[in-house]
Each structure stands twice: as C-alpha cells, then as structure tokens.
Design a protein. Structure first.
Length: 120
C-alpha cells in the first residue's frame, strides 16, 4: 500500500477504536510513511528470494554472511511502527492505557475542592 492508503486505513482504525483526534494526523502521517517503507522493503525482500542471510563482499574483498539488508529495514520499521500503533491506541495494551487514563478521576484543585465542600 502507498502512504495515502495507509493513512486512510490507520485513521479508520483509530475511529473504530474511539481514539481518533484531529491533532493525531501528523502522527498518523508518520506511521503511514513507516508502513509504506516497510511494504517496499517486504517487496524487495521477496523479490530477491526472501533469504534471511546473504553473502556480502566488503571492500577488502572478503565475503561474509550477513543479515539481508531488506530484512533489517523490515524489522526496524516494525519496531518503530509498533510504538506508533501503541500510542494511537491500536494495540490491546495501548487501548487499555488510553481507556484507563480517560476513566481516571482527576484531582480537584484547591479552589474546586473548596467550592465542592460549600455545596454539601
């Protein structure tokens, strides 16, 4: 998917989870960019045979086994994206945290407490 498609998908998911706020749009845009990059790396990884270990020849001429660079990009993007998904409340732990924060009673300030005591 491209960035615009990811943006729509993420925004829809946030709305369904009840966590969407307009000021999250820049975060959603960043996550969409990460997901697009990950999709491109996955396509490249699959196009080159999907090998996790590849041979790399360094400038000294020695050939050594190393992790496939496309796989490294995929793993990095997944790790970065997970933090964004969590912050947007799109993981079970992230949604739980957001819901708990919204349900907590806020402490009344000194003035609020005084006014509340006058009511009773």
């Amino acid at each position: 998917m491209d960035k615009a498609q990811w943006r729509r998908k993420i925004k829809t998911a946030c709305k369904k989870a009840g966590t969407y706020k307009a000021f999250f749009d820049s975060v959603i845009d960043t996550l969409a960019g990460i997901m697009e990059l990950r999709d491109k790396a996955v396509a490249q990884f699959e196009a080159t045979g999907g090998q996790t270990i590849v041979r790399y020849t360094n400038k000294g001429g020695a050939t050594n086994p190393t992790k496939n660079p496309a796989l490294v990009v995929i793993m990095d993007c997944n790790a970065q994206a997970l933090a964004y998904w969590r912050d947007l409340g799109l993981t079970p732990a992230g949604l739980k945290r957001i819901n708990e924060e919204n349900l907590k009673e806020k402490e009344a300030s000194g003035i609020e407490a005084a006014l509340l005591s006058l009511e009773s």
